[in-house]
Ligand binder design. Structure first.
Ligand code: SF4
Ligand code: SF4
Length: 272
């Protein structure tokens, strides 16, 4: 029994997310919550599209390439897409492609599986951006400008990125660190007792996003990852070519974000 308890306590976290596309309405609240939390400027519309840097994009997809998708059979879905926190597919080098190519270790994978990004260390070579199969990394071509009341409400826990650096989702790892420090201050030393929720998950009004420990078989995210509707995202949702999908599968980066959908056309298009 004591041994079992020890094993449980030493179990490493493997943070992951499950996003139920049947529940996602495409409202974009997750995106707004993410930008606000991570000090990325918000814009009223897309007129400044080249200045718009987001960690999380809500993609609208339809079945319009399906030969049967004539009116009234056209269907639509929304896919919130952020860094998929890849694990890499080579057991000898368990690193995502972005981490393998960074020459200055500005990005790394932690023992909880979260892929970090340190803006201030990044030299802006953009190798990682080129290597990311999910186009999850964004480059700051301009210095992020925060206007109006946003300037007064910047999050002190996240440094403001500078021009010429790469940014991306880190599952709000600063929230994890804050919650961990709170527990340590209370004298709780068991790191596995710490739980946290990234901002996008907290902001979703329909409960479509679930976050937790994939290593814990009792966690909701772990159960959802094994749901019969669950899949992980193909590198590009534009890809309908089965031969190309098979080739990409060989280099599958093993993401920790799971999607769920009961819609066959969507799974055919977006799932591995
Ligand atoms: S989605 Fe892209 S940025 Fe995120 S871990 Fe995978 S390769 Fe790296
Ligand atoms: S752009 Fe920055 S994070 Fe990306 S590989 Fe270059 S130095 Fe590393």
């Amino acid at each position: 029994m004591a041994q079992e308890k020890k094993k449980e306590t030493n179990m490493k976290r493997r943070w992951g997310m499950a996003i139920d596309l049947d529940k996602c309405t495409g409202c974009g609240q997750c995106q707004v919550a993410c930008s606000q939390e991570n000090n990325m400027p918000l814009f009223e519309d897309d007129s400044e599209i080249l200045k718009r840097v987001v960690f999380l994009d809500v993609m609208k997809v339809t079945n319009d390439r399906d030969k049967d998708a004539q009116y009234p059979n056209v269907k639509t879905a929304f896919i919130p897409k952020m860094c998929q926190q890849c694990g890499g597919n080579d057991p000898d080098h368990p690193k995502p492609p972005c981490v393998s190519v960074c020459p200055v270790v500005a990005t790394d994978v932690g023992d909880d599986g979260v892929v970090s990004q340190v803006w201030s260390r990044c030299i802006g070579c953009r190798y990682c951006q080129a290597s990311c199969p999910y186009e999850a990394r964004q480059f700051n071509w301009w210095k992020p400008e925060h206007e109006g009341s946003f300037k007064e409400s910047l999050n002190p826990e996240v440094s403001v990125a500078s021009r010429g650096t790469i940014v991306k989702c880190t599952f709000c790892s600063h929230i994890w660190k804050r919650e961990r420090d709170k527990m340590l201050a209370k004298g709780v030393k068991d790191i596995n007792a710490v739980l946290y929720t990234p901002s996008c998950v907290a902001g979703c009004p329909t409960g479509a996003m679930v976050f937790g420990d994939l290593n814990d078989p009792a966690s909701e995210v772990s159960k959802l990852s094994k749901d019969k509707r669950a899949f992980r995202l193909v590198h590009t949702v534009d890809n309908w070519d089965e031969a190309k999908k098979a080739h990409l599968k060989k280099n599958y980066p093993n993401p920790k974000v799971y999607y769920l959908s009961s819609q066959e056309w969507l799974r055919k298009m977006a799932a591995f």
